[in-house]
Design a protein around this ligand. Sequence first.
Ligand code: C2E
Ligand code: MG
Ligand code: MG
Ligand code: MG
Length: 283
Amino acid sequence: KKAKSLKQPIAFYDQDDDKAQYRELLIINGLPKSLKLNQLFMVFQPKLDIKSGQCKQVEALIRWKHEGLGMISPSEFIPLAEQTGMINMLSEWVLDAVIAQQAKWREQGIYVSVALNLSSRDLDNPDLANNVATKLAQYLVPAECLIIEVTESALMVSLTQTINTLNQLRDIGLKIAIDDFGTGHSSLAYLRFLPVDEVKIDKAFLDEFERSPAAKQIVKTSVELAKQLGFAVTVEGVESRSVLETLRDFGVDTIQGDYFAKPATADEFAQTYPQLMCVYIKV
Ligand code: C2E
Ligand code: MG
Ligand code: MG
Ligand code: MG
């Protein structure tokens, strides 16, 4: 950091940096405790079928209510968990929470597929697929109801073990989705050699959507190519009716967005489920 003015001789001291570092420390130290203190919970955001308007899938998203800091976004603490090696512990918790929730929903007659996010550091683990299979068996949840979302950047590292793990997960019956597609440097041409079922186009593209014909064209072309290569296509961050109409014309299968359905707790989801199953977005 540069000195703000010559009158500020201590060039490297910045109170904001200090605050940010302190916050990081609180988060890193708080992570192991968050599990014990029951501060973590999952919310579920509907993924809506663009043709029927129904919700057949949800994405599970982690939430953390810290005793001092309040709600902390996963965009903030997941990268820190990855850096400090605590992600595996968190992901194990997420897997258990999601599969247990699914078992509960199934008892209530709610049959919905759940997508959960894993990090590249989870896919490095040669035991992951076995652990998932064990959990599914324990809760009597079919593997076909589980989708693993892994970011494009995680896949680009492309360790042999990552690919092996994805293949094993698929062999068990899970589906694999590439998350945040378009933000990394992969191409669909490359993805077709990977064990992938679904491509989720990042919401960054939609930010420019209405203003920029180029952004629109990129989405259109990506969707077309992805469909031709046999991938299911989801677009996240859909925030308006008009964008939805355009995406439908492009051939997108599934949309996810706050405008149509925000992330909700398991109970909230169960309450709106009957609505979500009968043409939730008018088609
Ligand atoms: P993601 O997997 O790409 O999840 C989609 C994010 O976009 C979620 O943010 C969701 O709430 C948000 N979103 C969906 N529709 C809209 C919209 O219309 N407008 C806007 N502005 N946002 C929308 P969230 O829950 O804050 O999660 C952020 C990221 O944190 C996720 O991005 C994912 O990469 C990571 N994450 C969340 N939960 C987990 C988890 O359980 N495990 C791991 N490893 N990562 C997670
Ligand atoms: Mg995701
Ligand atoms: Mg995403
Ligand atoms: Mg994201």
